[in-house]
Structures are given as C-alpha cells and as structure tokens.
Design a protein around this ligand. Structure first.
Ligand SMILES: [Zn+2]
Length: 200
C-alpha cells in the first residue's frame, strides 16, 4: 500500500506537470492540474513523516491547498492573470505564522497539520511557475528553485517511502507500510477518547 501510494503520488505530479508544460492551460484552469500535484507532494511528505493521528494527516492535506485561497479574488475578476504573473504576496511564510503560533499554543494536532501542509504547499510553488514571495513583507521578490530540484526532492521522498526505510525516532522499528501508520494513529485517538470519557 505504502509503495503504491508513493508511486501514485509521483505519477500524479508527473502527469500534472507534463500536461501543464505541454498544454499551457489558461490561468483559471491551472488549479485542475496543480492542486492534485500539491496533494501528491504533501502525500509524499506524509509517507515519510513519523506516525501521526489521522486528524493530523487530513489537516496536512487540507493545508497543502489552503494558500491558494488567495487566488479566489483573482478568479472573480473579469480579466484573469497570466500563468507567468507573480503569485500574490499573501503566498508567504507570514501567512503560516498565525496558524503555527496557534498550533504551538494549543498543541492541536489539526493546527500542527494545517501549518505543516501550508509550508508543504510552498515547497512545490518554489519549483513550479514564477516562484513564491516567501519573505513578504520584508521582500516582495519571488524566490525560486530549479524545477529539477523539486523533482529530485519528490523522487527522493518517493524512493524513501517505496523502500520503507524510515525508522521511528523512538522505537527504531521499521515503518513498512502506510496502513500501519494510519492504524497506530487511530488506536492513539481511540485511547485518548476513552480516557476523555473516563474523565481522567
Ligand atoms: Zn500556490
């Protein structure tokens, strides 16, 4: 399962980027290809992360799409931007800061996942299109890395997940599949809920 997921994520990214490169869709249609690739990038990170509760994973995947909400006002304009235009300045680390701070204060798994997912969104945007103004408002300059760096990162993550060589930080046990990771998260949640009901 873990291997299929890793290959599926890689294939989704390759298909989306190949189509966008060859077909050059209009700006308003780019999300149809770009958002599955964002989810797939986040999926590769999840597959390489230590076991987490399912609510963290879901929030991480939601967070991986969240920064593109700032495209909505642009989509409602009569004239849309060009795919070669810079991304909005709200695509920056400052947008993640309140969520990360709230996660730190509340220790909420969901908020931790959301903040991590938002940061993961920027990993793809750094290598695809016009880059990201990550340091806004200190600088409005869009930061970029070569697309090959992004692809190499995805291949490394997929390879690591495929080979199942991830070691847990505490037990040193081999994490060989995603269901086991998901299962441990669900058991953890059930135990916590049980404790809550017993009022401890
Ligand atoms: Zn974006």
């Amino acid at each position: 399962m873990r291997r299929s997921l890793a290959l599926g994520c890689l294939a989704a990214i390759a298909a989306a980027d190949f189509t966008m490169h060859r077909r050059r869709p209009r700006w308003i249609l780019i999300g149809l290809f770009d958002h599955p690739a964002h989810l797939a990038t986040a999926g590769l990170l999840v597959l390489n992360a230590p076991p987490r509760p399912r609510r963290w994973t879901i929030a991480f995947l939601v967070g991986a799409l969240l920064p593109d909400l700032d495209h909505l006002p642009l989509a409602l304009r009569p004239e849309h931007p060009s795919p070669d235009d810079p991304r909005p300045v709200s695509h920056c680390l400052l947008a993640v800061a309140p969520v990360a701070a709230l996660a730190g204060v509340t220790q909420s798994e969901r908020l931790h996942g959301l903040a991590g997912g938002m940061a993961a969104h920027f990993l793809r945007d750094l290598g695809v299109g016009t880059g990201v103004p990550l340091l806004w408002p200190a600088s409005a300059r869009s930061l970029r890395v070569p697309y090959a760096v992004y692809v190499a990162g995805c291949m490394l993550l997929a390879g690591r997940a495929f080979l199942g060589g991830l070691r847990l930080p505490l037990g040193g046990r081999e994490l060989d599949n995603a269901p086991r990771q998901l299962g441990s998260g669900l058991r953890l949640e059930r135990r916590q809920r049980g404790r809550g009901r017993r009022g401890t």
